[in-house]
Design a binder for this molecule. Structure first.
Ligand SMILES: [Fe+2]
Ligand SMILES: [Fe+2]
Length: 226
């Protein structure tokens, strides 16, 4: 059951107007990823025969909707006039890759793209956000922890699916997804700098969080992986 998210309890005294705008932009990026995840997991649920997995994916799609509503509330609170979307071109491209995999009924490729790679990145993005927010005494911790736990379950689902899969033919290769994520993060460098975050460290953490199977696949195809 999806309940309406609470508006974030922020301590206004600690955040300047500029900082509010930048946090709102970061939330807007996360919002786009959540919307992408909601759409993709709903499509995956239609492609899968296994009843238990189907139920998981339907539940995931509902949870992603709740995450999107939460971030939307945060954006409205911090920047009522709205903000532009960071890395818009890259998130749209990533969404198109997931759509392509689903249209081809290539569930393995779609799961690698969403639950393994994108949600692997989301885990890093959300945990770093927690770090950044704690520093700034923004009281969103409880909600973020709940979202992080759900994201963790989505990512685990992807890793399990990957372990169980016997298919070796996939339409969209992991390195294609990884290259778009790298470009996505690099295009947000200014935003990272504002929060004193190191974009390269972000990419390194994200790569280290990937399963060996994906990481070594990317390495063997000579991508940006180091
Ligand atoms: Fe989510
Ligand atoms: Fe998720």
């Amino acid at each position: 059951m999806v309940s309406h998210p609470q508006l974030p309890q922020t301590n206004d005294m600690n955040i300047g107007a500029d900082e509010k705008k930048h946090i709102a932009r970061y939330l807007k990026f996360l919002l786009c990823c959540e919307q992408m995840a909601q759409r993709c997991s709903a499509r995956q649920a239609k492609l899968i025969d296994d009843k238990q997995m189907k139920r998981f994916l339907i539940r995931q799609s509902r949870q992603e909707k709740f995450h999107a509503m939460t971030f939307q509330s945060g954006i409205l609170f911090l920047a009522p006039k709205g903000v532009n979307t960071p890395a818009k071109k890259h998130t749209e491209l990533y969404g198109a890759l997931l759509d392509e995999a689903n249209t081809k009924h290539d569930l393995l490729s779609s799961v690698i793209g969403l639950q393994v790679v994108l949600e692997g990145m989301g885990e890093i993005a959300l945990s770093r956000l927690e770090f950044g927010m704690k520093q700034r005494e923004v009281g969103l911790q409880k909600l973020r922890r709940a979202i992080l736990a759900q994201e963790d379950a989505h990512h685990e689902f992807g890793l399990d699916y990957l372990r169980q899969s016997r298919s070796s033919i996939i339409s969209i290769q992991p390195e294609t997804y990884l290259a778009v994520i790298d470009d996505m993060l690099i295009s947000m460098q200014n935003l990272f700098e504002f929060f004193d975050e190191d974009c390269d460290q972000y990419i390194a953490d994200f790569r280290n969080n990937l399963p060996d199977q994906i990481y070594s696949h990317a390495l063997s195809h000579n991508t940006h992986a180091q």
